[in-house]
Design a protein around this ligand. Structure first.
Ligand code: MCA
Ligand code: AMP
Length: 513
């Protein structure tokens, strides 16, 4: 038989020899050994295997962050099924769409949501719905407790699917990015080397895990980084700036979206002394302001390493870790990672000269297999010669540093979460009395960028901005709710009739300054 290219097999092989050491310790004082990880993933994998699921089954999971949720992810890989993580903020209509589209064989939700989630799942044909609470309650662990703790890792080829991550589409319809075992493992291996992860034999690293585990940053970049290196994880169920700073005394690596850095900078306890033990601070998922980069350096003595990636590609570029590779430059996302091809193309489809702006296209082993059941959409996003169009606009300077200057896709990134205006506008336009709407991103000191809605009423109708927001709250994930809603007579349009969002952005840019 060919070698097993399962991501889980590679992560498992990287566990330290002594399985009794601590792998994960939580902010609640719980400790999980490497042996606990081995046994618990085996039991959960055996539970999944006992269900007799067809090959390629999806396991959709919408649960609060917990170590057991991480174990479920690893067990899904171990058993050879596809993991489909869902943001806990998603509400009924959003879950209905994802479950209807992905047709998961298994759905795992929090006990308090079982009523409505199971209804949606059973209607979509899902046969198995389990619950998992953040405090280790629920039917999933009850059932797994009866399963054997010995399990042979399912055999996988690098090209087999490991996960589906939904990313919203510019048309408002979410697309499931299909990622393979090979995509995920190759990226983790590159980052392990590029960011200088230190194995236990080399003195060891300790990761502060403060991000949610339903997106690339927390689920793949942070988790795989630590596991592939046999590194201990300090597990924060929820990001708390004071606690994160306190934990730096025992840790070496931190990963966060810019909002986390902004919030820690607001804490007087963030000092050079507090960060003395740390080796590396990494930022990504949204642009890090040069001001935050500089403030962090002044306060802690550490230079944040900013990197850039996407759900469809995992990590693409990174500022250098080692001094001999260059300095870490604020405002840039560094160099293409080893194995990543990156080119900047103008509207004419040709490469632009160094320093000039164009659309960023990428290639490499991390680039996904396509969008779930959307072959045409997949084809549209790739060039004829097989490069993926990121929808990000940027430039590469003479020395090779990449800078993201904007996006050709209409997207707002708020606190590291993506908000697609087309989706929100679709909901607003359905509200009684609304003629049309536009959602634009404006600068925000905490979230970097937030959505502001501008709405026009139908002739003779009265629309109340506060009411629009209140209604959206009952329909959409909280981070997608516009922070303000203005009602105006008409939206600015150009001669082609297209709404001029740039004018609206300009008009409202000082709202949260
Ligand atoms: C919470 N709120 C937000 C956001 N989060 N509003 C806008 N944007 C947000 N991101 C709102 C809530 O609706 C609520 O509003 C109020 O803020 C407080 O909510 P709370 O839940 O207490 O907020 P929090 O827990 O403090 O959350 C803030 C956060 C969180 C910790 C920054 O958003 C977060 O963990 N972000 C990280 C996202 C992430 O991991 N992204 C990686 C994507 P109200 O009170 O009005 O209801 S992976 C990726 O992008 C790529 C591939 C990459 O390169 O990594
Ligand atoms: P997602 O759809 O969640 O995978 O988000 C991917 C998008 O996040 C990218 O296409 C970029 O627009 C953005 N992004 C990720 N990292 C950075 C960064 N360091 N700077 C600017 N934008 C980023």
């Amino acid at each position: 038989m060919s070698t097993n290219e399962s991501l889980f097999a590679a992560l498992r092989a990287a566990f330290p020899k002594n399985l009794d050491g601590i792998a994960v310790e939580t902010d609640e004082g719980l400790a999980y050994s490497w042996r606990d990880l081995e046994r618990a993933t085996a039991m959960l994998a055996n539970l999944l295997a006992s269900l007799g699921l067809p090959e390629g089954s999806r396991v959709a999971v919408q649960v609060e962050k917990s170590v057991e949720a991480m174990l479920l992810y690893l067990a899904t890989l171990r058993a050879g099924y596809m993991f489909l993580p869902l943001n806990t903020a998603y509400q009924k209509a959003e879950i209905e769409y994802f479950v209807g589209d992905a047709e998961p064989a298994v759905v795992v939700c929090t006990p308090k949501n079982f009523g409505w989630v199971s209804k949606i799942a059973f209607r979509a044909g899902t046969r198995h719905v389990f619950t998992l609470g953040e405090d280790r309650t629920g039917t999933l662990l009850q059932r797994a407790a009866h399963c054997s703790d010995v399990h042979d890792v399912a055999h996988k080829a690098a090209d087999d699917l490991a996960a589906i991550l939904y990313t919203s589409g510019t048309t408002g319809r979410s697309k499931g990015a299909m990622l393979t075992h090979g995509n995920l493992l190759s990226n983790a291996q590159v980052l392990k080397a590029y960011w200088g992860w230190r194995t236990p034999e080399e003195g060891g690293d300790v990761l502060i895990h403060a991000l949610p585990i339903f997106h690339v940053h927390g689920l793949f970049v942070a988790l795989h980084g630590a596991l592939l290196n046999g590194s201990r994880i300090i597990w924060l169920g929820k990001f708390d700036p004071k606690l994160a700073i306190a934990k730096m005394r025992e840790a070496t690596v931190f990963m966060g979206v810019p909002t986390l850095y902004v919030r820690m900078l607001a804490e007087p306890s963030l000092t050079r002394e507090a960060a003395r033990h740390m080796r590396l601070f990494i930022s990504g998922s949204a642009p890090l302001l040069v001001e935050t980069f500089n403030d962090w350096k002044a306060r802690t003595g550490h230079t944040i390493l900013e990197r850039y990636g996407m759900s469809e590609t995992i990590m693409l570029t990174s500022n250098p870790y080692r001094e001999q590779d260059g300095e870490r430059r604020g405002g840039t996302v560094g160099f293409p990672l080893p194995g990543v091809g990156l080119r900047v193309r103008g509207d004419d489809g040709r490469d632009v000269p160094a320093g000039e702006i164009g659309g960023i296209e990428v290639s490499g082993p991390g680039v996904f297999k396509g969008y779930w059941r959307m072959p045409e959409k997949t084809q549209e996003e790739f060039t004829a010669d097989g490069w993926f169009r990121t929808g990000d606009v940027g430039k590469v300077d003479e020395r090779g540093y990449v800078t993201i200057v904007g996006r050709s896709k209409d997207l707002i990134i708020s606190g590291g979460y993506n908000v697609y205006p087309a989706e929100i506008e679709g909901y607003i336009n359905e509200l009684p009395g609304v003629a049309e709407s536009a959602l634009v991103g404006v600068p925000h000191p905490d979230f970097g960028e937030v959505g502001v809605a501008v709405v026009t009423p139908k002739p003779g109708a009265r629309v109340d901005g506060e009411q629009v927001i209140a209604t959206l709250r009952s329909q959409l994930a909280n981070f997608k709710i516009p922070k303000r809603c203005f009602v105006v007579d008409q939206l600015p349009r150009n001669t082609m009739g297209k709404v001029q969002k740039n004018l609206l952005r300009e008009q409202h840019k000082g709202l949260f300054a």
